[in-house]
Design a protein around this ligand. Structure first.
Ligand SMILES: *[C@@H]1O[C@H](CO)[C@@H](O)[C@H](O)[C@H]1NC(C)=O
Ligand SMILES: *[C@@H]1O[C@H](CO)[C@@H](O)[C@H](O)[C@H]1NC(C)=O
Ligand SMILES: *[C@@H]1O[C@H](CO)[C@@H](O)[C@H](O)[C@H]1NC(C)=O
Length: 186
C-alpha cells in the first residue's frame, strides 16, 4: 500500500541524471548541430572552423541559436577590428612596393566601413530586423574578397591573405546562423 520506495528512488536517480546530461552536453550539442547545418547550407564554411570559432567565446556554451547569431557577429567585428589595426601597422613600414601600399590603403578603408557596418548589423539584430542584418553582413563578406582581389590583380602575394580568409569564413558563418535563426523565429 505504501508507494514502492525503489520506484521513487529510481525516479529521483533518473531525473537527476537527465538534468546532469542536459547541463553537460546540452550546449555542446547546439554548437555541433548549428555547425553541421551551416556547413550543409554553405560549403564555404568548414565544420572545424565553425566549432573552433564559436567555442572561442565561453558564452556559446550556454545559449541558443539566437545567442549564437549575436556571438558570431561580435566575433567577426572583433576579428575585423584587429585586422584593421594590423593593416595600419603594415602601412607604417617605410619601404614598401607602391602597388602593395595602394592595395593596403584600399583594404584599410574597406575594413573601416565593415566595422561600422557591423555595428549597424548588431543593432538591427537586437531590434529583430533580420533582413537588415543580412544585408549588412553580406556587404561585410564582400570587404574581405574585394581586398584580396586588389592584390590578385597584379599577382602579388597578399600580406592579409590569412586574415581575409578568416574574415570571409566568419562573415559567411554569421550570415548563415542569422538566416537560420530568422527562419526559425517566424
Ligand atoms: C561561396 O563563396 C563564393 C565566393 O565568394 C560565392 O560566390 C558563393 O556564393 C558562396 N557559396 C554560398 C553557398 O554562399
Ligand atoms: C579571427 O578569427 C579566426 C577564426 O575564428 C581566429 O583563428 C583568429 O585568431 C581571429 N583573429 C583575431 C585577431 O581575433
Ligand atoms: C545596413 O542595412 C540597412 C538595411 O538595408 C541599410 O539601410 C544600412 O545602410 C546598412 N548599413 C550599412 C553601413 O551598410
Amino acid at each position: 500500500m505504501s508507494p514502492c520506495p525503489s520506484v521513487s528512488l529510481f525516479l529521483i536517480f533518473f531525473l537527476t541524471s537527465l538534468q546532469a546530461a542536459s547541463a553537460d552536453g546540452g550546449n555542446t550539442n547546439i554548437i555541433d548541430e548549428t555547425c553541421k547545418k551551416c556547413t550543409q547550407e554553405d560549403p564555404n564554411i568548414s565544420y572545424r572552423f565553425c566549432v573552433a570559432s564559436l567555442e572561442s567565446n565561453p558564452d556559446s556554451h550556454h545559449t541558443d541559436l539566437g545567442g549564437l547569431g549575436l556571438i558570431s557577429i561580435k566575433l567577426l567585428r572583433h576579428n575585423m577590428t584587429h585586422t584593421r589595426s594590423y593593416t595600419k601597422k603594415l602601412l607604417k613600414s617605410k619601404k614598401m612596393d607602391p602597388f602593395i601600399k595602394a592595395c593596403l590603403q584600399d583594404c584599410l578603408e574597406l575594413y573601416s566601413d565593415a566595422v561600422s557596418t557591423l555595428k549597424e548589423a548588431i543593432r538591427a539584430y537586437k531590434d529583430e530586423k533580420y533582413d537588415d542584418t543580412k544585408i549588412n553582413l553580406s556587404s561585410v563578406i564582400d570587404a574581405s574578397t574585394t581586398c584580396e582581389d586588389g592584390f590578385a590583380e597584379k599577382d602579388m602575394a597578399s600580406p592579409l591573405a590569412v586574415r581575409n580568409k578568416d574574415a570571409f569564413q566568419l562573415s559567411a558563418l554569421a550570415l548563415s546562423i542569422v538566416t537560420m535563426y530568422s527562419r526559425s523565429s517566424y
